[in-house]
Write a protein that binds this ligand. Sequence first.
Ligand code: SF4
Length: 451
Amino acid sequence: MRVYYHTFGCKANQYDTERMRQELEARGSYKTENVSEAEVIVVNTCTVTNQADAEARRFIRRMHRRHPDARIVVAGCSAALRGEDYTAMDGVADVVEGHDAVHVARVVEHRNGSGLTQIELRGSLDRTDYEPVGGELLRARLGASRGWLKIQDGCDRKCSFCATRLARGASRSRALHEVIEEAKLLGKRHAELVLTGIHIGHYGIDLNPQLSLGQLCASLLEAVPDVRFRVGSIEATEVDALLIELMESSGGTLAPHLHMPLQSGADPVLRLMRRWHTREQYRVRALEIAERISPLGLGADVITGFPGETDDDHAVTRALIEEIPFTYLHVFPFSPRKNTVAETLPRRVPQRVAGERARELRTLAQERGTLYRGSRSGTTATVVVEGGGRMGITEDYLRVRVDGELRDADVFCGAGHTMNGLRPDLLTGTLRGDPDDLYIVPLESPSLSYV
Ligand code: SF4
């Protein structure tokens, strides 16, 4: 059976799609990049914003209009919260409420067309013993240089704006040995692995014996030394001393890059958001990290126009962003999610104001990013090669051009990485150019030559 996959949302969702693909391939199906020849279209949805839900619905309508003979199977976060809505859509054959790869594979395989599959996860969102990934370990993220390694799922926090928690359930960590085995498999194909999940700062607290994310990273660096690891989004208050030490001392093998959601820099708003940290706690931790690690890619998510956010609150947030050396920001105007506490909060901020505040912070972030890129010119970096050898990602999360034209056989001949003829690798060199055109001039190495 030919299956076309489309994924909305975060790296955890992308990981889940790869697991679905692998489960289906084990049953004799194969992935097609050409949707016109697909017999089944699997849509893995996201619910992080209202827009994400709307985009999924638009995509499904378009797919059905253009490919009326294909069976559409909908899964993922939005499907977990709005299964009935998707079931009612023309062209949707099945809906799996959640991300379970084995269930998706069964639904696709059995062509049951029974509509809604309420997988066990729906009834057990508060359980902590649910196996986040059933079946086999993931072996590759097809067509990509960097791989995603999911280490946990779900979240135990209760941020008032968040629907992801409702869709993903309680925090569940994967066993250390399983994560290491999967890292070894993925490491054969990918030069970099990004540790992903929904709340990775809570990795290991539900395991027996308990573990921390820092301990997991130390074990991975030891067990899979030829791969660069990168930590996905993590809360500032959960970056522990061991993690900082590893980023400082691993020579880039644990990438010096942290994405630490801020959401707001004003305490009254943080309280309404039901965040557990204060502005000062975030500030102190971020400045401590920036002081110790250099270079450092430092990013954050920020929500503007949260209910109750005043002009003063916004100004305080802006001041905090100016103080911390962020290299990029993801800024979103607030949009209420169904069934969340934030949906019920009074003192709504007009969309226009939330949008203006978002634009202001995005401009600020862009200026800061430009300054940072400029400051990296003339320094050394190691990139994971992407885009057929033309682009690369540095350890501190800058996308740069690779100077010269590298022959595929030369670029991708490293360390036994092979993937359908495409072999991702790491290149070390000097960054040159200006912020608009930053490029790496690789050091010569026996495995590398230029044409
Ligand atoms: S920490 Fe908050 S925002 Fe993040 S997944 Fe958990 S509840 Fe959602």
